[in-house]
Design a protein around this ligand. Structure first.
Ligand code: PLP
Length: 769
């Protein structure tokens, strides 16, 4: 909202640029004071910083309300001085940490883009009472703390009890001549909360609708006797636990019943909401008796963000068959035309494969429907490939074995008309005065920066912005973590969820190697680096937690070695989340995107760093491939095995010891980890990590070690030539236009949803001018 402040206007008295359109400073003040007085029930003598933040948030929300209502209907600069420090108030805002990593963050970008492109899109999800845990580091270990983000209330949301919907669980099915009934179910209510999603300066405000679980009044009260009443009220928690907490696994499937309940809960509530809206629109117009659903796919597109909402397919079928009494053929045609599926990962451990027994108990009717979908699907496969039994087994929605399971990805593919991945390999600053501000809406215009790659003044400007961001981040780190940082060192950053496939361990091996080289030749002119690694480990992922412990252990040794001084520092960035990303990424010189080729579906962190003026060291994986293409491959530091090399190595067998024995610096680093050099009080602390790397490393860290180290040498050499470095930075920024989520959403709109995005503005509502 507010622009970065120059130093002299920092602290107090700053402009509220985001409130353009508030014609009258006096009005703004009145509204702010009105909220402070009537909403917060405070005056200036007793108001806290949080009270001011809430009063401001309410004032801003009021400003959006007219636009919000108008946008929804249409689907169907002054310098006001408030005497407040906006940056300080911005710090009061809680992250809505309702996702685990890139997938959720991308969904948030997509909502932003749909509003900015004027698309009538809704974002649906669960209003978790506790989002992704807050990460604390204690003695080098990750500690999880509950993310009580709603403790002080949420000024942006509006509860909509009038749109509350029942969601059914358990029970059994009855087959009658006039159709199937799902009976004796337990009901949980889904209460929607709406958050406005404003487009970029176009007066559009879309809706993000998050569902919260509420027990119905009669929950567990049907057969209570005297004395059972209290227990029945206490048991309401059981129903309301559905929206209590986000499962903290990234790229990992854990087949818990509560998780399956969550997935059905959001799907069932959302589909009812979509169908209610469709029926209310003129398109769903009906002759009193029945809605014509055949036009549903023309008016509604349901984009399944990974398989987590895959139950939308059998649920839509259930509604069309059992409630709306359509034939199977008609219902299936509508379902497939309405649904589209985006795949987000290739890691087998991430694929959702729900045990049949769980389904049978929780969603018996859906299981019947899935069996019928599968029967018809396999019948088609058989007629296309007669006698190919192995193909039938591979393509079935139901996996046989000791425990039968439903393969949700297969169901999505069969039940959707479009399937896409998130990067091609996987699916088959600029100065406003130089290129204007149009790039904000059309990121491809960043291409124009190429013209300025030899413009001395521009090079200096870019380098200056980066230096300011680095200083600012260094100050933040020094304030929060009491670490001293050399702002002239290269900021080498790897922030993302901690996962073996993302290979934070390869980064560790480079750090140790660099450390050993400094120790060996302390008088050489080493390029100073501050290596920062951040990210959460899923609480049940032992190896990931040990990786964090190793990073902090390396930091303890390296950061306290006087021989090293400020030429190498290793910092674990605690509690990586969106607000920390917003500070860290603009401060990065080097972005680490070093997953084993073929494992990262796309990555989005990689793009954020590129756009924000960092150079990438990375493998030919995910979107790195397209980044290299857009920026020119000599402007990225690409190293290591390609997908073909990894496959060839899998065929022949990967032998870590071979690298360990051949590469003395790798051997030294591993011997140090294994021998307690970084954990002198507990020499065998990292035995599990060592054992994994040496004997069962699925992600072949050692195979890329040599190429990675050599590539890092090139990085260090280039960093010594600031002008050449910044030229590459400019070419990276100039090539980053393709990675705008606006571009992605325009493409989804045209190719999958069959709608035309628009950059036209809605007119501002009169009542707010
Ligand atoms: C972008 C982002 C991610 C995804 O990062 P990858 O490097 O693509 O895994 C995860 N978490 C946060 C907070 C992000 O902003």
């Amino acid at each position: 909202m507010s622009k970065p402040l120059s130093d002299h206007d920092k602290k107090k008295q700053i402009s509220v640029r985001g409130l353009a359109g508030v014609e009258n400073v006096a009005d703004l003040k009145i509204n702010f004071n009105r909220h402070l007085h009537f909403t917060l029930v405070k005056d200036r003598n007793v108001a806290t910083k949080r009270d001011y933040y809430f009063a401001l948030a309410h004032t801003v929300r009021d400003h959006l309300v007219g636009r919000w209502i108008r946008t929804q209907q249409s689907y169907y600069e002054k310098d006001p001085k408030l005497g407040l420090d906006m940056e300080e108030l911005q710090e009061m805002e809680e992250d809505a940490g309702l996702g685990n990593g890139g997938l959720g963050r991308l969904a948030a970008c997509f909502l932003d883009s749909m509003a900015s492109l004027g698309l009538a899109g809704y974002g649906y999800g669960i209003r978790y009472e506790f989002g992704i845990f807050n990460q604390k580091i204690a003695n080098g270990w990750q500690i999880e703390e509950a993310d009580d983000w709603l403790r002080y209330g949420n000024p942006w949301e509006k509860a909509r009890p009038e749109y509350m919907r029942p969601v059914h669980f358990y029970g059994r099915t009855e087959h009658h001549p006039d159709g199937v009934k799902w009976v004796d179910t337990q009901v949980v209510l889904a209460l929607p909360y709406d958050t406005p999603v404003p487009g970029y300066r176009n007066n559009v405000v879309n809706t993000m609708r998050l569902w919260s679980a509420k027990a119905p009044c009669e929950f567990n009260l049907k057969d209570f006797n005297i004395g059972g009443y209290i227990q029945a009220v206490l048991d309401r928690n059981l129903a309301e636990n559905i929206s209590r907490v986000l499962y903290p696994n990234d790229n990992f499937f854990e087949g818990k019943e509560l998780r399956l309940k969550q997935e059905y809960f959001v799907v069932a509530a959302t589909l009812q909401d979509i169908i209610r809206r469709f029926k209310a629109s003129k398109f769903g117009s009906r002759d009193i008796v029945r809605t014509d659903f055949s036009t549903l796919p023309e008016k509604v597109a349901i984009q399944l963000n990974d398989t987590h909402p895959a139950l939308a397919i059998p649920e839509l079928m259930r509604v069309l068959l059992d409630d709306e009494k359509l034939s199977w053929e008609k219902a299936w045609d509508i379902c497939v035309k309405t649904c589209a599926y985006t795949n987000h990962t290739v890691l087998p451990e991430a694929l959702e494969r729900w045990p049949i027994d769980l389904f049978q108990t929780l969603l018996p009717r859906h299981l019947e429907i899935i069996y019928e979908i599968n029967r018809r699907h396999l019948e088609r496969v058989s007629s296309l490939y007669p006698g190919d039994v192995d193909r039938l087994r591979r393509m079935s929605l139901i996996e046989e074995g000791p425990q039968k399971r439903v393969n949700m990805a297969h169901m999505c593919i069969v039940g959707s008309h479009a399937v896409n991945g998130v990067a091609r390999i996987h699916s088959d600053i600029l100065k406003a005065t130089k290129i204007g501000e149009d790039f904000i809406r059309d990121l491809d215009q960043l291409q124009k920066l190429r013209e300025f790659v030899n413009d001395e003044a521009f090079i200096r400007d870019i380098a200056k912005v980066k230096q300011e961001n680095k200083l600012k981040f260094a100050v933040h780190l020094e304030e929060h973590y009491k670490v001293k940082i050399n702002p002239n060192s290269m900021f080498d950053i790897q922030v993302k969820r901690i996962h073996e496939y993302k290979r934070q361990l390869l980064n560790c091996l480079h750090i140790i190697t660099f450390y050993n080289r400094i120790k060996k030749e302390p008088n050489k002119q080493w390029t100073p680096r501050t290596v920062m690694i951040g990210g959460k480990a899923a609480p049940g992922y032992h190896t990931a937690k040990m990786i964090i412990r190793l990073i902090t252990a390396i930091g303890e040794v390296v950061n306290n070695d006087p021989v090293v001084g400020d030429r190498l520092k290793v910092i674990f960035l605690e509690n990586y989340r969106v607000t920390l990303a917003e500070k860290a990424i603009p401060a990065a010189d080097l972005s680490e995107q070093i997953s084993t080729a073929g494992t990262e579906a796309s990555g989005t962190g990689n793009m954020k760093f590129m756009l924000n003026g960092a150079l990438t060291i990375g493998t030919m994986d995910g979107a790195n491939v397209e980044m290299a293409e857009e920026a020119g491959d000599n402007n990225l530091f690409i190293f290591g095995m390609r997908v073909e090399d990894v496959d060839a190595m899998d065929a022949k067998g990967y032998n870590a010891s071979e690298y360990y024995n051949r590469l003395p610096e790798l051997k030294q680093a591993m011997d140090q980890i294994a021998g307690g050099f970084f954990s002198p009080k507990q020499p065998d602390l990292f035995k599990d990590i060592v054992n994994m790397l040496m004997y069962h490393d699925r992600f072949k860290v050692f195979a890329d070690y040599e190429a990675y180290i050599k590539c890092q040498e090139k990085v260090s050499a280039l960093y010594k030539k600031p002008k050449d470095w910044t030229k590459k930075v400019i070419l990276n920024i100039a090539g980053s236009g393709k990675f705008s989520s606006d571009r992605t959403i325009s493409q989804y709109a045209r190719e999958i949803w069959g709608v035309e995005p628009t950059l036209e503005k809605l007119s501002a509502p009169d009542d707010l001018k």
